[in-house]
Write a protein that binds this ligand. Structure first.
Ligand SMILES: Cc1cc2nc3c(=O)[nH]c(=O)nc-3n(C[C@H](O)[C@H](O)[C@H](O)COP(=O)(O)OP(=O)(O)OC[C@H]3O[C@@H](n4cnc5c(N)ncnc54)[C@H](O)[C@@H]3O)c2cc1C
Length: 804
C-alpha cells in the first residue's frame, strides 16, 4: 500500500499515543488521517511496557485526562472486538515513614478534590488484601480502587483497529525522513515511500520525537532512559485480581501477570541512553539485562514479597523510555512551527495516559486550542535552554531519581543550576540569598539572616525559611523591599497596527495614550484565561509587555499566533535585554525620589522613563504585593548601578533585598491571582473576579468576547474566593478540599501563609457561590479545619485594614 498524496492530518508513530490520537481524530472529528509507523505498530516503547495504569496526578486537568484513559479502556474491546487486558485491580501505595504518611494524607485529600475516592488503610487491611506482602514496617497504605492494569500492545492494536474502523489509514514500515517547509509551516511530510502534502502533523514519535521535531526546527526536550523490570514465575497464592502495588520507600512497583509478578523500580542512579540520534533500526529491541544495576530493586522487592526469594525469573525487560526534565509529558502545538503538534515524553506513564492524551491532542489539533487547562504538560513550558541536550539529560536523570522520593513542598532541583543569572547574583548571594530556579534563571527565594542555615531544610511542616520570610514580608509592609525580578519575560510589540493587534488579543483596552500601562488577560474562544500580563504603551506603534518567568515561551507564542494576518505588528522577546527591580513598600517613594531628578509623581497604571545612576529606567507604577511601588525596568547592563544607588540611599529607610517566597505571601494577602494555578484556561475573568479588567462595554471586538457575552448576567458555576483558618499550625499548599455545610464545594488553587494577618491563606474556586453563606471547612492532609470565606482582599493598604 503506497502512501496517499494528501492528508489533512499526518500522525507520526504507531505506539499507544499515535494510535490513540489517530483513533480520536478519525472517530470524534471524522478527520482525514494517515498514521505512519517506521516499523510495526507498538515496536518502540509500547510493546514492552509493564502496563500499570494509575490516574492521580497533582494537576486536576491531567488527572481528568488519565481518568479518560480508564473510561476508554473499559469500553474499547466492545467497540473494536480486540481485547485491551484492562483489569480494575485498584492500587495500593505503601508508607513506611511519617513524611510518606503525611504525603499520602495530602494525596488522599487531592484525590477527593479531583473527584476520586482514595482511602487510607491500615497494615492489617493491606495484609488481608495482599497476603504475600510483608507489612510489619508499614504505617499504612493509600487505596485507590479505580486504578488498574492493561496490556499495552493489545490496547494499542485495539485503538489502531478503532482508528481504521473510522477511516484512518495506517501505514507500517514507512519512515518519515523530513519535511517540506514554507517558512515556519510544514507543507508536506517526506517519507521512505513518498511525499504526503498535509495540513497538520502530529509528532507521536516516542523517543524519536526529538529527532522528528528537529527536522522541522522544533525542540522536544526528552531523554531516553533505560528502564528495567522482571517478570517472575508463578507465585503460590497470588490472586489474578490482586491490586497493583507502589512501594515508593523501597522504590519499586508490582503488578500481577499470568500468576507471577511484574516488578520494576525507579533507582536513584538511572542510566540514560544516547544523547545523540537513536541508532537505526531499533524495532522490538531491548538492551542487555543489567542485573548488577537491577539488584537494588530485587533486594527491596524480596524484603517486601519474601516469596520472591524462591521464585524464578521468567524474563527481564530492559527497554528505553522517554523521560523529561520535569517528569511530565509533552503535549501541544510546537511554538517554533505553525502546524506541528507533539505528544511524547511519557515518563513511564504513557499507557496510563494514552487514551486521554490522544483525545486531548486530537481536540487541540482540530480546534487549534487546548480543550482544557493542560499547562503542566504544554510544550510551551520549555525555552531555548531545553535545546541543550546535556542539560536536558542531567535534569531528566534527577527527575527520574526523584520519582519515588517523598515530595516535599517547595523542593528545588539541584542539577543544571546557575544557567541564567542576573548581574546581581553575587551581590544577592553576599546578602544571604537562597536561590531557586525557574526556566533556567536563578532567583532569590529568601535571604538567610547572618548565622542562619543558608539553604532550604525540607520538611512536611513549616520549613526553616518560614521565620526569615516573615521578616521580609513585614519589611515590605512597613518599610520597603527590593525584588530582583529580572527573570520576568518581556516582549516588545511594534508596527503601525500594534495597537489594533493587541487590542484584539487582550481582554482589556490597551489602546490608551503613551505612558499608560494596562493589566490584562488574554482569552481563548471559551473565555478561559490564557495569559495574564501588563502592557505598557511606549509609543503610538510600540508596546512593552511583561509576564511571568515561566510563561515566556507560552505567552510569546500565544501573542504571535493570534496577531490577525495582514496587520503590521510583530512581537520580539527582549527578556535578557532588560533587568527588573521591584521597589515596593511605604518608604519606596522617598527611596526612589532620592535616586532621580525626574518627577516620580505619576499615578498608578502609568509609567515614566527616569534617569537613575546614568541609566534610562522604565518605572512602571504597578504592584503585585499591595504596596505603593514601582517595577523598574532598565537595560540589563545598568542593573548593578541602579541596585547600588537604591541600596545606598535606601539603607536608612530600611531597604533590603527580598525574595520570591515573601512575594508569594504578600500577593496572597492582597488576593492577587497567579496564572497557571488560580487563573487558567479553565477559568473565565468573571469566575476569577477579574471582570473589571475586560472591555465588554466598549463594544471593541476581542478574542473570547462572544463567550463572555454568552455568560454575562448568568449565575456563575464557580467563583474565586479567599479562605483563611485560625489554625495557625496548618500548612496550606493548594489542592486542599473546600467543604460547605459538610459538602464538597471546590478545592484550593494556591496555599500559603499571610504574615500580616497571621493566618494560613488559600485561594480557590467555590462551586455554586450564590449564596456564599454556610459553614466552610478545608480538608488539609485529610483533616477538617474550620475556615472562613472572603471575597475581598484580606489586606487593604489604603487604610491598612486587616479583614481576616
Ligand atoms: C520497561 C518499561 C516499563 C513501562 N511500564 C509502564 C507502565 O507500567 N505503565 C505505563 O503507563 N507506562 C509504562 N511504560 C511507558 C510506556 O511504555 C510509554 O510511555 C509508551 O509506550 C510511550 O508510547 P509512545 O507512543 O509515546 O512511544 P512509542 O511506543 O515508542 O511509539 C513511537 C513510535 O514512533 C515510531 N517512529 C519513530 N520515528 C519515526 C519516523 N521517523 N517515522 C515513522 N515512525 C516513527 C517508532 O517506531 C515507534 O513505534 C514503560 C516503559 C518501559 C520502558
Amino acid at each position: 500500500m503506497t502512501v496517499p498524496a494528501h492528508a489533512q492530518f499526518v500522525v507520526i508513530g504507531g505506539g499507544i499515543i499515535g494510535c490513540s490520537t489517530a483513533y480520536h481524530l478519525a472517530k470524534d472529528h471524522k478527520a482525514d488521517v494517515v498514521l505512519l509507523e517506521q516499523g510495526k505498530l507498538t515496536s518502540g516503547s509500547t510493546w514492552h511496557a509493564a502496563g500499570l495504569v494509575g490516574q492521580l496526578r497533582s494537576s486536576a486537568s491531567i488527572t481528568q485526562v488519565l481518568k479518560r484513559s480508564v473510561e476508554l479502556y473499559k469500553t474499547l474491546e466492545a467497540e473494536t472486538g480486540l481485547a485491551t487486558g484492562w483489569k480494575m485491580t485498584g492500587c495500593l501505595r505503601l508508607a513506611t515513614n511519617d513524611d510518606r504518611w503525611t504525603e499520602f494524607k495530602r494525596l488522599a485529600t487531592t484525590a477527593r478534590s479531583f473527584g476520586m475516592d482514595m482511602e487510607l488503610i491500615s497494615p492489617a487491611e493491606v495484609k488481608r488484601m495482599w497476603p504475600l506482602l510483608e507489612t510489619s514496617d508499614l504505617i499504612g497504605a493509600s487505596w485507590l480502587p479505580t486504578d488498574g492494569q492493561a496490556s499495552p500492545s493489545d490496547i494499542t492494536q485495539s485503538l489502531a483497529r478503532g482508528a481504521r474502523m473510522h477511516g484512518a489509514k495506517i501505514h507500517e514500515s514507512v519512515r518519515v525522513t523530513g519535511f517540506e517547509m514554507d517558512g515556519a509551516r510544514i507543507v508536506a511530510v517526506l517519507t521512505t515511500d513518498g511525499r504526503i502534502a498535509c495540513e497538520t502533523v502530529i509528532n507521536c514519535g516516542g523517543q524519536w520525537a526529538r529527532e522528528i521535531g528537529a527536522m522541522a526546527g522544533i525542540t522536544v526536550p526528552l531523554q531516553p532512559v533505560k528502564h528495567q523490570y522482571i517478570v517472575t514465575e508463578k507465585l503460590d497464592g497470588l490472586s489474578p485480581d490482586v491490586a497493583t502495588i507502589r512501594d515508593p520507600d523501597r522504590r519499586t512497583y508490582f503488578k500481577e501477570e499470568v500468576g507471577g509478578l511484574v516488578m520494576g523500580g525507579y533507582e536513584p542512579d538511572p542510566i540514560s541512553w544516547t544523547t545523540g540520534d537513536i541508532p537505526r533500526p531499533f524495532e522490538f529491541q531491548l538492551f542487555d539485562d543489567d542485573w548488577e544495576h537491577f539488584e537494588q530493586h530485587l533486594t527491596q522487592a524480596i524484603a517486601r514479597v519474601p516469596a520472591l526469594e524462591t521464585t524464578g525469573v521468567r524474563q527481564m525487560i530492559n527497554g528505553p523510555e522517554s523521560f523529561t526534565p520535569d517528569g511530565n509529558f509533552i503535549l501541544g502545538a510546537a511554538p517554533e512551527c505553525t502546524n506541528m503538534y507533539v505528544g511524547a515524553g511519557f515518563n513511564a506513564f504513557g499507557i496510563a495516559s494514552g487514551g486521554g492524551a490522544g483525545w486531548a491532542l486530537a481536540e487541540w489539533a482540530v480546534r487549534g486550542e487546548a480543550p482544557l487547562d493542560l499547562w503542566v504538560v504544554d510544550i510551551r513550558r520549555f525555552s531555548a535552554l531545553h535545546r541543550d541536550r546535556d542539560w536536558v539529560n542531567e535534569r531528566t536523570l534527577e527527575a527520574y531519581g526523584k520519582h519515588y522520593t517523598v515530595g516535599f513542598p517547595h523542593e528545588e532541583y539541584e542539577s543544571g543550576r546557575n544557567r541564567i543569572v542576573s548581574p546581581l547574583y553575587d551581590r544577592l548571594k553576599a546578602a544571604g540569598a537562597v536561590f531557586g530556579s525557574k526556566l533556567g534563571w536563578e532567583r532569590p527565594n529568601w535571604f538567610a539572616p547572618a548565622g542562619a542555615v543558608a539553604h532550604d531544610v525540607y520538611s512536611m511542616g513549616r520549613q526553616n525559611w518560614f521565620g526569615p520570610v516573615g521578616d521580609e514580608h513585614r519589611l515590605v509592609r512597613h518599610k520597603a523591599g527590593l525584588f530582583d525580578q529580572s527573570s520576568f519575560a518581556k516582549y516588545e510589540v511594534t508596527g503601525n497596527d500594534a495597537a489594533a493587534a493587541l487590542n484584539w488579543i487582550a481582554a482589556n483596552n490597551i489602546d490608551k495614550p503613551v505612558g499608560r500601562l494596562t493589566y490584562t488577560q488574554m482569552l481563548n474562544s471559551r473565555g478561559g484565561i490564557e495569559c495574564d500580563l501588563t502592557i505598557s504603551r511606549l509609543a503610538d506603534d510600540r508596546f512593552y509587555i511583561v509576564t511571568g518567568t515561566g510563561f515566556r515561551t507560552h505567552d510569546l507564542a500565544w501573542i504571535r499566533e493570534h496577531i490577525p494576518s495582514g496587520l503590521d505588528a510583530k512581537v520580539d522577546d527582549v527578556t535578557e535585554a532588560f533587568g527588573t527591580l521591584s521597589l515596593m513598600g511605604p518608604t519606596a517613594v522617598s527611596v526612589l525620589a532620592a535616586v532621580t531628578k525626574d518627577s516620580i509623581d505619576f499615578p498608578f497604571g502609568q509609567f515614566r522613563i527616569l534617569q537613575i545612576a546614568g541609566h534610562p529606567v522604565r518605572a512602571l507604577r504597578v504592584t503585585y504585593v499591595g504596596e505603593k511601588g514601582w517595577e523598574l525596568h532598565m537595560p540589563i547592563k545598568g542593573i548593578g548601578d541602579v541596585y547600588d544607588a537604591l541600596m545606598q540611599v535606601g539603607l536608612s529607610a530600611g531597604l533590603r533585598p527580598v525574595g520570591y517566597r515573601a512575594l508569594e505571601s504578600l500577593r496572597l494577602e492582597k488576593g492577587y491571582r497567579a496564572w497557571g494555578s488560580d487563573i487558567t484556561p479553565n477559568d473565565t475573568p468573571f469566575e476569577a473576579g477579574l471582570g473589571w479588567a475586560v472591555k465588554l462595554k466598549s463594544g471593541i471586538p476581542f478574542m473570547g468576547r462572544d463567550a463572555l457575552l454568552a455568560l454575562q448576567g448568568k449565575p456563575m458555576k464557580k467563583q474565586l474566593a479567599t479562605f483563611t483558618t485560625d489554625r495557625e499550625d496548618v500548612v496550606l499548599l493548594g489542592r486542599e478540599t473546600i467543604l460547605r455545610n459538610d459538602e464538597f464545594a471546590g478545592y484550593l488553587t494556591s496555599g500559603g501563609y499571610g504574615y500580616t494577618i497571621g493566618k494560613p491563606i488559600g485561594l480557590g474556586y467555590v462551586r455554586h457561590p450564590e449564596p456564599a453563606t454556610g459553614d466552610y471547612e478545608l480538608v488539609v492532609a485529610n483533616e477538617r479545619v474550620k475556615a472562613r470565606i472572603h471575597f475581598e482582599p484580606l489586606y487593604d493598604p489604603q487604610n491598612l485594614k486587616v479583614k481576616a
